[in-house]
Design a protein around this ligand. Structure first.
Ligand code: SF4
Length: 226
């Protein structure tokens, strides 16, 4: 079992969100998972190049949520050191490697949505008035892997342990599943299991330990629109 970021990134090749990480000679090579067979990619050689690559999607739109499934295509980053790889992955998906290690070692605390909403102040205080059924629908639309967010949800709707949304497939809450190949609804059968694929390629999940600010803002919008 890998207990540090260094140990995790030495398990190349692996997938991390929409990124494929391989080793060519001594170099770590990163590209979009869909670009593995492409040889016409733009080459970069610095970890900080990931910042610019992650900023906009293929259409040039700003990516407010870095774990949205809209990472742009057409690039390849070649890095000499594991430290560079660690930095690049952190630019693509800020904090996600550290959260994964915390989860693996049993040190990750999750925060229910109602707790997050309850501590909002100012213009976001009203977001706590959202109903359970509104949360059910909003989380299903906002967080779904297909076109919302690739993170695996670990938080509950409330302190009693209610599921975040009954309209999401159960795999959305299971870190052993590859969210890149996710169905939009419960019961669909096309979901790829990262464990099953492990002999071919390991997949490091992007974990969501507490509702993000964008979801809080969306909750406020639902309440305000009533
Ligand atoms: S709450 Fe988590 S899963 Fe939902 S959109 Fe925000 S980061 Fe993604």
């Amino acid at each position: 079992m890998e207990h540090s970021v260094e140990q995790v990134i030495e398990t190349v090749p692996f997938c991390f969100g929409q990124i494929l990480v391989r080793k060519t000679g001594d170099d770590f090579v990163l590209c979009h998972r869909n670009d593995e067979a492409h040889d016409d990619l733009e080459i970069f050689q610095g970890p900080e190049d990931a910042i610019e690559i992650a900023r906009y999607d293929d259409a040039g739109n700003f990516r407010a949520l870095k774990t949205a499934p809209n990472l742009r295509h057409g690039w390849r980053i070649e890095l000499r050191t594991s430290d560079g790889l660690k930095r690049a992955l952190d630019h693509f998906y800020p904090g996600r490697l550290a959260i994964f290690i915390a989860w693996k070692t049993g040190r990750l605390r999750t925060t229910p949505l109602r707790e997050t909403l309850g501590r909002q102040s100012g213009m976001y205080r009203i977001a706590a008035r959202i109903s359970d059924s509104q949360i059910d629908n909003l989380v299903a639309d906002f967080c779904r892997s297909k076109d919302g967010c690739l993170r695996t949800i670990l938080w509950d709707r409330d302190q009693r342990g209610a599921i975040a949304s009954t309209r999401l497939p159960k795999e959305k809450f299971d870190p052993t599943w590859d969210q890149v190949q996710a169905p939009a609804e419960p019961g669909a059968s096309t979901f790829a299991n990262a464990t099953t694929d492990r002999a071919i390629l390991a997949t490091i999940p992007l974990l969501c330990q507490e509702p993000c600010n964008l979801l809080v803002a969306a909750c406020r919008k639902v309440v305000k629109s009533e």
